[in-house]
Design a protein around this ligand. Sequence first.
Ligand code: ADP
Ligand code: MG
Length: 733
Amino acid sequence: MTSVQPVPFIEHACSEQQACHTSAPPLLGAARLYPAPIAAAAAISLATPLADVPGLTPRTAADLATLGLTNVGRLLAHLPMRHERHEAEAPIGSLQVGHIVSARGQITATRLAGRRGKGRFEAVLMDDSGRLDLVWFNQAFMHKKVHPGMRVIVQGTLRTYGQGLQLANPRLEVLKEDAAEPESRDERLRPVYPASEQVPSRTIEWAMARVLPVGLPLLEDHLPEAYRRDRAMPSLADAYRMQHAPESEDEVAAGRRRLAYDELLMLQLGVQMRRAYLRSHLRAPALKMSERIDAHIRERFPFPLTPGQESVVADLVRDLTQPVPTNRLIQGDVGAGKTIVALYAMLMAVASEHQAALMAPTELLAEQHFASISRVLAGSRVRIELLTGAIKGDERASILARLGDGEIDILVGTHALLTEKVRFKSLAVAIVDEQHRFGVHQRAALRVKAEDERSTPHLLVMTATPIPRTLTISLLGDLDVSVIDGLPPGRQPIATRVVPPDKRAEVFDFLRTRVERGEQAYVVVPSIESDELESVENIRRELEEGPLAGRRISAVHGRLSPATRAAAMERFRGGSTDVLMATTVIEVGVDVPNATVMVILNADRFGLAQLHQLRGRVGRGDKPSVCVLVAEATTDDATLRLDAVRDTADGFKLAEKDWEIRGPGELFGTRQSGAATFRVADLSRDIDLLQMARRDATAWIERSPTLHAPAEALLRRRLFKAFGQTLGLVDVG
Ligand code: ADP
Ligand code: MG
């Protein structure tokens, strides 16, 4: 729930109550397009109510207020969604259908059709090259305004109608008879604003034309001129002008680039600033490492590490032996083997006589981790415990007491670990598994689990979800990133098929043949609160009575007690049941190498990342595995998702596809911790800008870790207003 909408920078400026320079210098493009500023009677600032801006009527100001556009700064900050190209004026005979066109000529006939007030008004416009039909709907009053013989300029979207050409509801300007005709207009770009029915874009455009000349000069830039010049960026005032009154497409792009860069730079500066603060103010236990310790840890492991795992372990050893708190994201695709890497880090803590914690997003996964780590450590002196919300009473009290006394070395659990009462004696390594399922606040809370204010555990977060590589730096910018490349040896590729629902019987027959070979299978149904029980039970009955008669099926879903669920999982793991029916509770972490078939029913209801995670439950052993997505592709998006999962095995590539399909907002939205949404920047096209902002911010904070130089005051103020809260910059001070 940490998605934020940064407030536009110039809104901050509005509250800064700057004095106004009433003698506004002429603006580059705006001066030509708009009337010169009318000398203001009173000083105008960004906080001046729109009603007090010369040229704006109280009525317009009131209308704009319904959109929240109450003062000069807010209006300036109201950026167009896009720009419409208005064609240069042209002879009727050469106008292009489908374009927004301008033409001038003489009205040769008019007609009012339909009932007065409701009807339609038609006119014919002619020039030397052709004829254009004009029609206005529900604007009967036009017949008072437009008469045969008049010369007019019209503008609208050209359509064909019957045999002829037509403009519906065109804008019309009557040319005075005796006055010299205005020059024919060049093409220009008109802004299209987010608007309402009551306050159309045109009204905003009109008001903007009056506000720009007095408002833009008030915009103080937070970036030094030389800095902007090096990056070929316009000033803030120019950038806004280029959005509101661009002279060309290039200007639109240049203005947008500056504003997008600002957003990205601010976020990166904030992230880097926080990171610098944590690094300089907080301490973490420097853990010991030696050949003996390393050998001791590895001795326990049932297999040698893969090169991908080795390289991450090397990162960890480097981090954890420093007295500086680690903040590292470990990315590895589903099944890449993150758990063992986490265990290495935890055992480093234990070897130095500290404690470690592993936090999982679901009870089921916490139970799995506890079971598998207990197996690996069986017979050692390492004391490990499980703590979830389900563990209560005396058992819980005993765990808490032993934890505080340092009698537990490794605690595995859910977010129950975060509650107030859970006190470690000396927590040195905290690991958050599948971190995308936790919020940034929870991540922060785990960090605070240390006794001494300035001492904090090393923090590792692990994820299989698929944050496109290029994006991690923006979204989780305060984290170092390690990637476990590749999968453990001997893995068989998983064949993925998409099958329509009417082939379900065949899918279940196939499932039976695999089960008869001694392999195991999952059948997953979407968990929809009300009917989750029913769908799991119904399908279980269908299987038991039909294709899987005589086979053993167990079921897990969110409604079962933890003990029942654990028992069902244990039976499946141990091979005493053949099929596990489940809802998405098994989405993450479940690890049963003998399972080779994953059937997902109603697969169109799952997200891409979820499907990939679920598929990752098979293909963990040495037998070839199959994932069957049973789905009716009801929407285009569903089809795209299913095809993407079928065709792509690589989680990172899938994440990038997901991102193309849904956009970053959806992907990270409220779930992805630390995600910020931007007003101008668009991560799907501004990756280059993002990288530039990242580099610039890193260099800047190295030079000036707290942005306390007088020249940085404005930047700092705007940064804190935009991201202070999200990034927890308050304590950075
Ligand atoms: P994930 O990265 O999805 O959390 P896990 O840690 O659950 O993956 O590991 C997936 C499976 O691969 C487990 O059965 C684990 O024991 C096995 N595994 C992990 N590393 C190796 C390795 N280096 N060699 C062989 N098997 C491994
Ligand atoms: Mg895992």
